[in-house]
Ligand binder design. Structure first.
Ligand code: AFP
Length: 344
């Protein structure tokens, strides 16, 4: 029997893909490859629980509050512990930081430290879990700046521009891991039958023609005139034929993922009339910077309205920033609107 073999028959697992990428860099030691593998395995473990969220005692919050005063869901705790336990002992990391923890997370003394720094939001959008809405994990990887010993706060406070890799896992109608090491954006879908992430979305590029704008329009009364004008512009108040549909899930990974594949802009602006949201809601290190890295790698752009997100020097672990992210012309239009507003 002769079997016809085509290129499209190639089955690319995430491990194979990461190794292929590594082989392009002869000086690579494999540490980043192994770190990404550890994250893929963490994702599979978390996915095995998110898909059972409605079933067991795991549903609902455990009553504790995280450092931002938000109620922590049990799955947040599980995802947080899973990522920590998969990475504390490997000798690949100098230090970690999580959206759920106030301070940096040191590597325990009895384990070796390594050259990378892992920042993560273990389960973003977790207030949606009880309603069967997609949630996600976001991760960001830097090279340590300190030379040896335990990693430091400064190792964590690095600009997005210096990221080595970033990505997210979306736990939705299927589980996907989307990541970049600075050579484009690759998307893998978890085949639950074989327990492997398979390359399903190679070289993702944001479509040039956008479809959606995503914002919590319920907060419009607290926006500045510039943001209101920008929203009108996206809705069709322009002479460029742009007229976008509104889609907002309230789960950043899901909103970003849809716009990455369909084209559009997500924004969470500063809310002048709410002192608690003077710089928006989203965190620079765990949400804005890693997604900005992916957006730029996919041909898009992200800004806080004035400065590219990737160029902002973080000053605190839990710093919040306004975020505009998606197709470059749409994000630049937001910058225009805010600049014009500032000149009035
Ligand atoms: P939760 O993790 O508390 O659900 O917050 C999710 C999130 O940080 C981000 O994923 C969403 O884009 C954003 O908040 C939604 O915030 P609003 O509910 O204020 O629109």
């Amino acid at each position: 029997m002769t079997v016809e073999r085509k290129f499209s028959d190639k089955i690319v697992t995430i491990e194979r893909h990461i190794l292929d990428q590594q082989s392009k860099f002869p000086e690579a030691t494999g540490t980043l490859t192994n770190l990404l593998d550890d994250l893929a395995l963490s994702a599979k473990i978390i996915a095995s629980h998110t898909t059972r969220a409605g079933l067991a005692e795991i549903l609902g919050s455990d009553g504790r509050e995280n450092v931002h005063g938000e109620t922590v869901q049990k799955l947040d705790v599980f995802a947080e512990r899973t990522i920590y336990r998969m990475n504390d002992h490997t000798g690949r990391l100098a230090v970690m930081a999580s959206e759920e923890e106030e301070e940096i997370i040191p590597i325990p003394d009895n384990y070796p430290t390594g050259k990378y720094v892992l920042l993560y939001d273990p389960l973003d959008g977790s207030s949606n879990i009880d309603f069967n809405v997609s949630v996600g994990t976001i991760f960001a990887i830097h090279r340590r700046k300190s030379l040896e010993g335990p990693g430091t706060l400064e190792d964590c406070l690095q600009k997005g521009r210096d990221l080595v890799a970033a990505g997210y896992i979306i736990y939705g109608s299927s589980t996907m891991m989307v990541y970049s090491t600075g050579q484009g954006v690759q998307g893998f879908t978890l085949d639950p039958r074989v327990g492997e992430f398979l390359l399903s979305h190679p070289d993702i590029r944001i479509p040039a023609k956008p479809k959606y704008y995503s914002v919590n329009q319920g907060y419009e009364h607290r926006w500045s005139a510039g943001i209101r004008g920008y929203t009108n512009w996206l809705q069709g108040d322009n002479d460029q034929g742009i007229s976008l549909s509104l889609r907002y899930i309230g789960s950043l990974v899901a909103d970003f993922h849809r716009n990455l594949l369909a084209g559009g802009v997500f924004y969470y602006p500063a809310e002048g009339k709410d002192p608690k949201k003077a710089t928006g809601k989203l965190r620079l290190l765990y949400e804005a910077a890693p997604l900005a890295f992916l957006a730029e790698q996919a041909g898009g752009y992200a800004s806080d309205g004035y400065t590219p997100i990737l160029d902002i020097q973080p000053t605190g672990l839990h710093q919040r920033v306004p975020l505009f992210i998606g197709n470059r012309p749409l994000v630049e239009k937001a910058e225009d609107c805010l600049r014009t507003e500032g000149q009035k």
